[in-house]
Design a protein around this ligand. Structure first.
Ligand code: ATP
Ligand code: MG
Length: 150
């Protein structure tokens, strides 16, 4: 089903903001072909983005801003999920997409360690790429690149 990515992202953020009991600020920006529709599996896209955004919310203190940036190029969409949270230790970064892997920094916060492993699988199925940069005490940015088949 063709979907408008900018609209889809805004709806998803609005839903997450309503259920965010810890009171974060939310920010969304979009560059590029905002009016175009693209064929995406809505369930997969929703799973990927809501997991990355839930992690950003879960691993950052109340009152901080969680940002979603979308950039739509001719042949790919670039999503960035940016938090000002606890960050990920360098020694955890290599294993982050492994099933059941949880970072040392996250031990006080409950979770199964499965979210990112499933995200990675869906990203592969969509022939996309996912990467991140992170600094302890500063925050984390996940970058998701998905090809657009016009
Ligand atoms: P769940 O299966 O409930 O999502 P989880 O959040 O622990 O549990 P993943 O989403 O797979 O599992 O994340 C794996 C680990 O990556 C987390 O335990 C945490 O250590 C780290 N992590 C993921 N996203 C972030 C983030 N935005 N900031 C800091 N650490 C993160
Ligand atoms: Mg998670």
């Amino acid at each position: 089903v063709p979907i408008n990515l900018a609209y889809f992202c805004q709806q998803l953020l609005a839903e997450l903001q309503i259920s965010d009991e810890r009171g974060h600020d939310f920010s969304f920006t979009c560059q590029g072909k905002q009016d175009s529709f693209f064929n995406f599996d809505e369930q997969w896209l929703r799973y990927i983005l809501s997991n990355l955004l839930s992690n950003a919310l879960k691993y950052s203190p109340p009152g901080t801003t969680v940002k979603l940036r979308l950039s739509i190029d001719t042949d790919q969409a670039i999503f960035q999920i940016i938090d000002r949270g606890i960050g990920i230790l360098p020694q955890d970064q290599l294993n982050l997409f492994e099933p059941f892997y949880r970072g040392q920094n996250a031990h006080k916060i409950s979770g199964s360690g499965l979210g990112l492993a499933i995200v990675k699988n869906y990203v592969n199925l969509l022939k996309g790429q996912i990467s991140f940069t992170s600094e302890i005490g500063v925050g984390t940015t996940f970058t998701l690149i998905l090809p657009l088949n016009a």
